[in-house]
Ligand binder design. Structure first.
Ligand SMILES: Nc1nc2c(c(=O)[nH]1)N[C@H]1C(S)=C(S)[C@@H](COP(=O)(O)OP(=O)(O)OC[C@H]3O[C@@H](n4cnc5c(=O)[nH]c(N)nc54)[C@H](O)[C@@H]3O)O[C@H]1N2
Ligand SMILES: Nc1nc2c(c(=O)[nH]1)N[C@H]1C(S)=C(S)[C@@H](COP(=O)(O)OP(=O)(O)OC[C@H]3O[C@@H](n4cnc5c(=O)[nH]c(N)nc54)[C@H](O)[C@@H]3O)O[C@H]1N2
Ligand code: SF4
Ligand code: SF4
Ligand SMILES: [Mo]
Length: 896
């Protein structure tokens, strides 16, 4: 809502401003630039540098424009001789502190521009003691510090880490007390926000100091997680030299995490494969594109001749663009004639799509990240956003710090759990009873929203009846939680609206993943927390484009738009001008099972490393070994490629192509080519088109560019019909449903109604995990991620992130560690019923006794050797979060 504009006069000119804006911003928007040093639009005004002082008629003192709200009829002078003299004097004083040597450090910085504008030169000298210890990404030399305080404030107000502080009389910047001497050893998360805001380069990117200012910038979307932060990527001499956050991004709002900000180095890694390879007599040999494509096509044809179209399959990449995923499933269906196509949503959030789909009618996040600031309560279930979706995590942390109630449900005491009003720590695998008990209490105590239930839901009676058995006492014993804590959490969630749920893999990667998600959706329905801002159920989707991959149709029983095969086959056939295969396909895990049984003979794997990331690696290996051909399209020789690849087709990196990604809040955003494909690599789009030509099915894949592919997808999926590349370029990202070019997109789903009319409650039975502890396997192993590495670490492992956290570790309760004779860094052998691995020990009371946690990133650890065959009963998603194991000290030397 924009109220009436406020009119004021600035320098004798009439100016209009929105109510509530500060003078500094109002002037800027009207083309009047007031000098400032301590102001940053991401931060609350501090009025500490005083450079933005202006004269206001009728006021005795000159106020700072950054902290003075506009008023009707105000008369302002911004550049009087007195003000300008004052500014020059202030800048001269500051310039005396800044070294005159090494002018490159100041080049392009806001402070340099101010000095130039006022004709002042730095005249200080460098203080050797001001140079801080080395950090892989941040170079800190406080000789250049002008004590503007922006680093202190951004680390507090945006990232929430509070690393910096002023000492003495406010002029000396230092690490906050209690933090160890170096930035690297402190709690700093290397988000780079302090370097980004620093106006003098006192805190600066190592890469900027090495390469200098970029020659050009390209705006694109981060290639790592489903948060979907936008970034400006700097290029110099044809290479990427840095990445900076985009202020105007609705998702990241001028912030990035360490992966987006500094994790781009993989695309120039020395071991990136940029020419095709064919394996001959067990050895990878270089090949031309002609030879490699011919080999790949003939292998696919041979497999089809031998076993029919169901003998071939495709694993799509949720790291690739929407356009490439649209082409991937079209390729499987038209060029290969099979519905055997799936993506890593299978091992990730397929249960979210299923559970939300069953209940609400649409299987995607109901609300937007912007609702974090609108919610009256936040509930985070089985997700660790400060590490895995750090921009979302930082925003949740800021709300909790501001007093918004936060409930965290996680067996581990995550960073957010430290800030939570209530932290419930269920035994891994017991979400369902816990959520059922909460629902039962809400119904029993009359804390529901009866009007919402009557008008917008069905099936309540049977559901309510099914809940009676779930008393807090019974559930408390099952989950290892005090019954009273369950009561408090249920009451708090139901009575503090609007209440917004975020959930992660702690809910989905379970034998009862889909039902766990449905249980959350039921809680939201009971309390009327659907269809309104600041509420809903919101899966924190994993890879940059996993939402897009599934929505584009990389699913064995769904087509583009996640529409069921049977329902949308006709429209697809019409647009494609060809018939689609009838038989539903196999999912990602079933394809690999089928390979072991000889039913699947050839597999095309695009940007996905199943040998490392699927559960039960030994069995995965045995099964993949049954394939006659395995064609890998990737940037690197993945574990899958190394062990079983027969043809390797080198893919262009996410910075080397055009297209779009879809983030976890249904927002479609542009991906832009920053640099050309490296060496002989080609985009996934070009590779699929060339392969289709070789298979004699080239015509449906001859699109001039990514925009043309997207336009075709718009024809088969009405919810994106209004989103074009052109619109995205002009307006920024748009959230589907967006059915028409003049539609603004949909930040909140189900505001007007559910796709099926009413939302559907259903009784949810209890299917406990098959992973049972006993004397032989007394521990329940939980697995997941850490901040600095991403999944198979194929990309982050090739950046200096590995210096920030080198290895996977086993988090183990100190008492368990002591009992096993393990100290920090000792190798511990982890044995399950399915396999074993060895990691070093990290004793921590963030996990409970009996419930160790391992990160699964590195090949060295191979955590998935031990995970088991349990799968979600609806979607087949693996039960990565629960494995019964035995632990023992190996007695080997420390592996530090
Ligand atoms: N830094 C980083 N970021 C990433 C990734 C990465 O590898 N590194 N990967 C991306 C991908 S693909 C994904 S899918 C997302 C995943 O993001 P998250 O869903 O946050 O991932 P995890 O760390 O696997 O698991 C989340 C939490 O589930 C908890 N949990 C385990 N069992 C249970 C249970 O029974 N009940 C409950 N309530 N909680 C349980 C774990 O303790 C853990 O804290 O992250 C994405 N972002
Ligand atoms: N124990 C355990 N195992 C797990 C999980 C867990 O929590 N615990 N989580 C599971 C989850 S949620 C997921 S999503 C999986 C992730 O498992 P994977 O999908 O295997 O992991 P990524 O590291 O994301 O691998 C993606 C590959 O894509 C390549 N790539 C990147 N961009 C592009 C591109 O544009 N084009 C092409 N062609 N290739 C590209 C990268 O080089 C990399 O090799 O792991 C699963 N495994
Ligand atoms: S990099 Fe981020 S976390 Fe570290 S000190 Fe700077 S702002 Fe704080
Ligand atoms: S939060 Fe995710 S999308 Fe944003 S910068 Fe970090 S990895 Fe990239
Ligand atoms: Mo994922």
């Amino acid at each position: 809502m924009i109220g009436t504009l406020i009119r004021l006069r600035v320098n004798g000119r009439d100016v209009a401003a929105r109510p509530g804006t500060m003078l500094l911003q109002a002037c800027r928007e009207n083309g009047i630039d007031i000098p400032t040093l301590c102001s940053d639009p991401r931060l609350k005004p501090a009025s500490s540098c005083r450079l933005c002082e202006v004269e206001v008629a009728g006021r005795e003192r000159s106020p700072c424009a950054c902290a003075t709200p506009v008023e009707e009829g105000m008369e302002v002078a911004t550049h009087t001789p007195a003000l300008e003299d004052f500014r020059r004097a202030m800048l001269t004083h500051l310039a005396e502190r800044i070294p005159g040597e090494d002018p490159a450090r100041l080049a392009g910085k806001p402070f340099r521009k101010l000095l130039d504008a006022y004709g002042v030169e730095p005249s200080g000298t460098r203080k050797p003691e001001a140079k801080q210890p080395e950090h892989p990404y941040l170079d800190v030399d406080l000789s250049w510090c002008v004590a503007c305080g922006r680093c202190v404030r951004i680390c507090d107000e945006v990232q929430g880490q509070n690393i910096w502080t002023f000492t003495g009389r406010g002029a000396d910047l230092a690490l906050a007390p209690g933090l160890s001497p170096g930035l690297r050893e402190s709690a700093c998360v290397s988000c780079g926000a302090c370097a980004d805001t620093c106006p003098t380069g006192a805190i600066e990117d190592v890469s900027r100091l090495a390469a200098g200012l970029p020659e050009r910038w390209v705006r694109t979307t981060c290639p790592y997680c489903g948060t979907g932060c936008e970034m400006e990527v700097g290029v110099k001499g044809g290479r990427i030299t840095e990445a900076r956050p985009v202020f105007a991004s609705p998702v990241s709002r001028g912030h990035l995490c360490v992966k987006g900000r500094y994790g781009w180095g993989f695309s120039d890694a020395p071991d990136r494969i940029t020419e095709p390879l064919i394996r001959r007599n067990g050895v990878w040999e270089p090949a031309t594109w002609d030879e490699a494509l011919a080999a790949a096509a003939s292998a696919l044809q041979q497999a089809r001749r031998a076993g029919g179209p169901s003998a071939v399959g495709v694993l799509a990449s949720s790291r690739s663009t929407n356009e490439e995923n649209y082409l991937t499933q079209k390729f499987a269906r038209l060029a290969l004639g099979t519905n055997n196509v799936d993506c890593c949503a299978r091992v990730c959030h397929a249960p979210s799509a299923a559970g939300l789909g069953q209940t609400f009618g649409t299987g995607a996040a109901t609300n937007s990240y912007a609702d974090i600031e609108r919610a009256g309560l936040l509930m985070v279930v089985g997700a660790n956003p400060t590490e895995n979706h750090p921009i979302v995590g930082a925003r949740i942390r800021q709300r909790a710090r501001a007093g918004v109630p936060l409930i965290v449900i996680d067996p581990r005491r995550t960073e957010l759990a430290d800030l939570a009003t209530i932290h419930l720590a269920p035994r891994p695998g017991t979400n369902l009873p816990l959520l059922q008990a909460m629902a039962s209490l809400i119904l029993g105590e009359g804390l529901t929203d009866p009007a919402f239930l009557a008008a917008r839901t069905e099936g309540l009676e049977a559901y309510a009846a099914s809940l009676r058995e779930w008393t807090p006492e019974r559930v408390g014993a099952l989950c290892g939680i005090e019954p009273e804590a369950i009561r408090r959490a249920a009451r708090l969630y139901a009575t503090t609206g609007p209440a917004m749920i975020f959930h992660g893999l702690g809910v989905t990667e379970q034998r009862q993943g889909t039902d766990g998600v449905a249980a959350l959706a039921h809680l939201a329905l009971l309390t009327g927390n659907v269809g309104i801002p600041g509420a809903g159920v919101n899966p924190l989707r994993g890879q940059n484009n996993v939402q897009g991959s599934a929505q584009m149709g990389c699913e064995p029983s769904r087509l583009t738009g996640y529409q069921k095969l049977a329902q949308s086959r006709e429209i697809h056939a019409q647009v494609w001008g060809a018939e689609l295969p009838e038989e539903p396909g196999l999912n990602a895990l079933e394809m690999i099972d089928a390979a072991g049984e000889g039913r699947l003979k050839a597999l095309l794997v695009i940007g996905y490393d199943p040998l490392l990331s699927h559960p039960g690696a030994r069995e995965t290996a045995e099964n993949l070994n049954g394939l006659e051909a395995l064609i890998v399209v990737d940037l690197f020789l993945t574990e899958t490629a190394k062990a079983f690849g027969t043809v390797f087709l080198p893919a262009a990196s996410p910075f080397e192509k055009e297209g779009t990604y879809m983030n976890g809040e249904r927002r479609v955003q542009r991906v832009r080519q920053v640099v050309p494909p490296k060496g002989g690599s080609r985009t996934d789009m070009a590779i699929l088109a060339a392969l289709a030509e070789r298979l004699g099915a080239g015509q449906p894949f001859r699109h001039p560019d990514a925009a043309a592919v997207w336009d075709e997808a718009r024809q088969v999926w009405p919810a994106i019909a209004g989103i074009s590349h052109g619109r995205l370029d002009q307006e920024g990202g748009l959230q589907w449903p967006c059915p028409a070019e003049d539609h603004p997109g949909t930040p909140v789903l189900h505001a007007g109604g559910f796709p099926g009319g009413r939302a559907a409650f259903r009784p949810l039975g209890w299917t406990p995990s098959l992973e049972v502890t006993n004397g032989e396997f007394p521990f329940l192993l939980n697995t997941g991620r850490s901040l600095f590495h991403f999944n198979a670490a194929t990309m982050t492992g090739r950046t200096r992130n590995r210096e920030l956290r080198a290895d996977d570790e086993l988090e183990l309760h100190p008492d368990d560690a002591a009992e096993l004779g393990l100290s920090a860094g000792d190798p511990v052998h982890v044995q399950s019923r399915h396999g074993a691995f060895t990691l070093r020990t990290r004793p921590t009371d963030r996990v409970r006794r009996g419930e160790p946690f391992a990160t699964f990133h590195a090949v060295a650890a191979y955590v998935n050797l031990a995970t088991g065959p349990g799968r979600d009963t609806v979607t087949g998603t693996p039960e990565y979060k629960v494995t019964a194991v035995n632990l023992r000290a190996t007695g080997d030397a420390k592996v530090m």
